[in-house]
Design a protein around this ligand. Structure first.
Ligand SMILES: [Fe+2]
Ligand SMILES: [Fe+2]
Length: 380
């Protein structure tokens, strides 16, 4: 049996309080199993491999109707947009964390750079910590991409429309390539990799094990992809390391298509659901927002470098007040909120809850498909 650390239990308290905010018992029940496995058992850390039971049905279509024009267009765009990570990226670039002209992350972006103890570090030690922080983020990208790969396989099976399945087949290849590039960058360039963040595990587990395909879409295509786009965009804009910048530019272009697919599919599907079913999705999405909002505290990085000099609570405050977290939140919710509004999951009933979190300010932003990959790359 795995015994959770005090830190894990303390983390769990605010999470479980958050997990009841929507007041929807069905939603709370569906998140309890994943939360137990992720936060208490810490399966993403305690096991070398995790088997998650899947319960969805594979949907066969013997009529092979090609009647979803926009999805068909997206499929064509995806075929043209394929790239080869082996030949299209210059893997001969030498990543030197001590070269300031090619810094992985700028110093003002590093939350700990405000601390007196940081100022006492040698330039070499500072570079090592910047590398470690970058490796922590990229490791979460890698784990998220593994989830995206399997979720893309599942939705390809489960979506009822042939045009959706054909498009989904390209997303499977895209996500496989993303696993490939993040893993290669971490292992050959940074030579450091971290375990999955417990909160990310909870969301991945919840959508992998849910039997409803549209919940997988919501969780993966809108929420996790939205989060990933925020984080990818933040790094793409701030890193001066050319290989990482190029790699993220390619990945962002693929992800923009994935979010577009999620919006198209859900917009159509949610219209045919009952009001009760729609409400459940609305509450579920709100809960997932809470899980993802402020939970990227890089505790594994803290354990390695700062646990001896400050409490976990002080650390969380430092991260929450950092420029990095502010930019991350902004880039993430600027994408997610307009998309939720477009697919019909931002009704008057749930708006006050989002307003409480200060997230309604983003609702007038561009939603997919008007939001292009170029917007995502250029738009701060
Ligand atoms: Fe991806
Ligand atoms: Fe994706």
């Amino acid at each position: 049996m795995i015994i959770p650390s005090i830190g894990t239990l303390l983390d769990t308290v605010p999470l479980m309080r958050d997990a009841s905010k929507s007041g929807n018992l069905t939603v709370l029940r569906s998140l309890l199993g994943p939360a137990y496995r992720g936060l208490i058992q810490q399966r993403g850390k305690a096991e070398a491999t995790t088997v998650m039971p899947v319960r969805h049905g594979a949907h066969f279509d013997w009529h092979y109707l090609r009647d979803h024009t926009e999805l068909a267009r997206l499929y064509e765009a995806a075929k043209k947009g394929q790239w080869n990570a082996t030949t299209d990226l210059d893997w001969s670039i030498d990543v030197d964390p001590e070269d300031d002209r090619r810094a992985l992350v700028p110093t003002e972006f590093v939350p700990v750079a405000k601390l007196q103890s940081w100022k006492r570090l040698t330039p070499r030690e500072q570079s090592q910590q910047k590398l470690a922080l970058t490796a922590w983020f990229l490791s979460q990208f890698l784990h998220g991409e593994q989830g995206a790969l399997y979720a893309a396989c599942q939705v390809t099976e489960a979506v009822p429309w042939l045009d959706g399945k054909l498009y989904g087949s390209t997303q499977v290849v895209d996500e496989g390539r993303h696993v490939e590039v993040f893993h290669a960058y971490l292992t050959t360039k940074l030579e450091k990799k971290y375990d999955i963040n417990d909160n990310l595990y909870v969301v991945v587990d919840a959508l992998m094990t849910d039997s409803r395909w549209d919940m997988k879409f919501l969780g993966m295509q809108i929420m996790i992809e939205g989060l990933a786009l925020g984080a990818f965009g933040m790094f793409q804009q701030t890193t001066m390391e050319p290989l990482l910048k190029k790699l993220l530019t390619y990945v962002i272009t693929d992800e923009a298509r994935h979010v577009h697919y999620g919006v198209l599919a859900l917009e159509e599907h949610l219209k045919v659901l009952s009001e009760k079913e729609r409400r459940e999705r609305e509450d579920w999405t709100f809960e997932v927002c809470l899980f993802l909002r402020n939970r990227f505290f890089a505790h594994e990085f803290y354990d390695e470098y700062y646990a001896h000099q400050m409490s976990r609570m002080a650390w969380d405050q430092l991260i929450l007040g950092s420029q990095m977290m502010a930019m991350f939140r902004r880039t993430m919710f600027k994408r997610v909120i307009p998309n939720l509004k477009r697919i019909g999951l931002l009704s008057d009933r749930i708006r006050p809850k989002y307003a409480e979190l200060g997230l309604l300010q983003y609702e007038t932003g561009k939603a997919a498909p008007d939001l292009t990959a170029q917007d995502l790359i250029e738009d701060r």
